[in-house]
Write a protein that binds this ligand. Sequence first.
Ligand code: 5GP
Length: 193
Amino acid sequence: MHNTYKPLMLVLSSPSGAGKTTLTKKIQETDNSFKVSVSHTTRKIRPNEVDGIDYNFVSMEKFKKLIQDNAFYEYAKIFDNYYGTSKSSINSIIEKGYNVLFDIDWQGAEQLTSHKELNLLKIFILPPNIEELKKRLISRNQDDKSAIEKRLAAYTIDVMHSKDYDHVIINDKIEICFNKIKEIISTHLKKKN
Ligand code: 5GP
């Protein structure tokens, strides 16, 4: 018999520092139908990160080779580094019957949207305001001053693209935001099945 279930491709995008990483982790912890897509990146590994779990950290040469080999579903250049979703990592999640959770930017979301056959659900998370974002970026103490400036400049462009998403949620209180995401997922699944 044919299995007609199309795995849900849930995309969470946001300006950095809006709490998306926390939300991504929470979703995976509380809903075991999801696996997070582990992207490839050329950015330097941060002290709290693990290669192969947070990202597959690769050189620029390796990343360019993967582009040439058409190995990515989508990729983008963000803050001087490349990020991409490899076809093989997604396929291995889907083959095991899981839904996929993507923590990718609007450029990646746009590329996935062009694959019309996907069961795609795109949610954009906004911080309450830019001052709040600034505070969060500084307090997580993970970027230097110029990196923070760059992230804030990208904020405006990110927000412009939020209109291309199915839902936009303001992350004022993480618990409330998380519950809204859960609600959106369950409504979407009811509609599709
Ligand atoms: P960070 O360097 O803070 O981990 O991530 C920076 C940005 O890259 C975030 O907005 C994140 O969502 C985005 N990102 C991470 N992986 C991918 C990917 O595979 N593709 C795209 N398009 N964006 C990604």
